[in-house]
Design a protein around this ligand. Structure first.
Ligand code: SAH
Length: 348
């Protein structure tokens, strides 16, 4: 007795792969495009939804392929409306995604890796070791799940996507770009790349790669300090590639894309809440076309890091604005359910 061949995950196939399958089965190639649209544009979850494909052909597809879907295993809602999802992958590993509602936006904050390898010492995800990269479809499915929650709970369309969940997107470069491609292409969700933001610790080599690939989405860099010594203490990656190298890669990014980078910046009491740090940031922004988002600190258990006083944030704002730099001070959402930046750690 021969065992049946192992079924392949249909969503790992490109349009050309599906075309080749249909041709081998003696079917018309345009059928492949219909299937592809079901997979991505219409987010089908099984073959029986593909009603414009003949029953016979659907059975054939079932013989050869399967769907490896993610599953929203648990959903928590914050008092401010934020929704946090624990997303179970086909191998039972779990990542988290967050829906952030504001008056004008529904934002999906999604994960790109299971855990993280970067050890930023203020971030809860860093406590989990990196288990694996997510596939493009696992990233895309988080977006689709949040889009559906937006329709269901808010009756509003998804407007923005931020790669600010678990993991470092630039260490899963290929899959992250493939997922953005699906999100932005007409065969996928057809969203504008201007509504997608990739957030990174800042890996110069990969930032240059983004520039060379002429990507059209937004780039955010988690800076947190423009002084090497203090940045290295918080973010070990800075010992490998320092602020000068980062600046150089961002200048290259700007020269190629003509887009500003957004620096994400948390101000901590006793760590970077003094004028010296604020002036260093203003100087750094003078070298790199950029704007600054000051984000509120979300405490993770052990209390080593504490949110700076409001006066320190005002001081930052004053010093940056005096140099003509655009600054936003962002309040965090979903704190009561550990859904805010840096709190994603599969706690519940
Ligand atoms: N690895 C990527 C994306 C994930 S982190 C990156 O570092 O950019 C998303 C943002 O949350 C980053 O700016 C990160 O520095 C910030 N962050 C991490 N822990 C935080 C915390 N406890 N409070 C507030 N922001 C935090």
């Amino acid at each position: 007795m021969t065992s049946a061949p192992e079924k392949r995950d249909i969503r790992q196939l490109s349009l050309d792969d599906i075309k080749a399958f249909f041709e081998a089965e003696g079917e018309k190639a345009f059928r492949a495009k219909q299937v592809y649209e079901w997979l991505w544009k219409k987010s089908a979850k099984d073959f029986d939804q593909m009603t414009n494909i003949s029953l016979k052909m659907r059975e054939k597809l079932k013989e050869h392929f399967l769907f490896k879907l993610i599953k929203v295993d648990q959903m928590q809602r914050s008092t401010d409306g934020t929704i946090k999802n624990a997303v179970k992958l086909h191998d039972n590993l779990v990542v988290e995604s967050v829906l952030i509602p504001t008056e004008s936006r529904i934002t999906a904050c999604i994960s790109s890796q299971v855990g993280c390898s970067l050890d930023c010492n203020f971030c809860a995800t860093a406590r989990l070791k990196r288990m694996r990269n997510l596939n493009p479809d696992e990233i895309y499915d988080q977006v689709v799940a949040i889009k559906e929650q937006g329709d269901l709970y808010f009756e509003r369309p998804l407007t923005n996507i931020v790669y600010m969940g678990m993991g470092e997107p630039l260490l899963n470069y290929k899959n992250v770009l493939a997922s953005i491609d699906k999100i932005t292409s007409p065969e996928g969700l057809g969203m504008s790349p201007r509504r997608v933001t990739l957030s990174t610790v800042g890996i110069p080599k990969m930032i240059k790669q983004l520039a060379d690939d002429e990507v059209r989405f937004n780039l955010a860099v988690s800076l947190h300090s423009a002084i090497d010594e203090s940045r290295s203490r918080m973010m070990p990656i800075n010992e490998k590639s320092n602020l000068a190298e980062l600046a150089e890669s961002l200048q290259y990014w700007h020269s190629k894309t003509n887009r500003k980078v957004t620096f994400e910046y948390v101000v901590w009491r006793g760590i970077n809440d003094d004028e010296k740090h604020a002036k260093a940031l203003a100087k750094y922004c003078g070298r790199v076309a950029s704007k600054v988002n000051i984000i509120e600190y979300n405490p993770i258990d052990d209390g080593e890091f504490q949110q700076a006083a409001p006066e320190s944030l005002d001081m930052y704002k004053r010093i940056l604005e005096a140099k003509g730099i655009i600054v936003n001070v962002r309040r965090s959402r979903g704190k009561d359910i550990d859904a805010a930046c840096g709190q994603l750690a599969n706690k519940s």
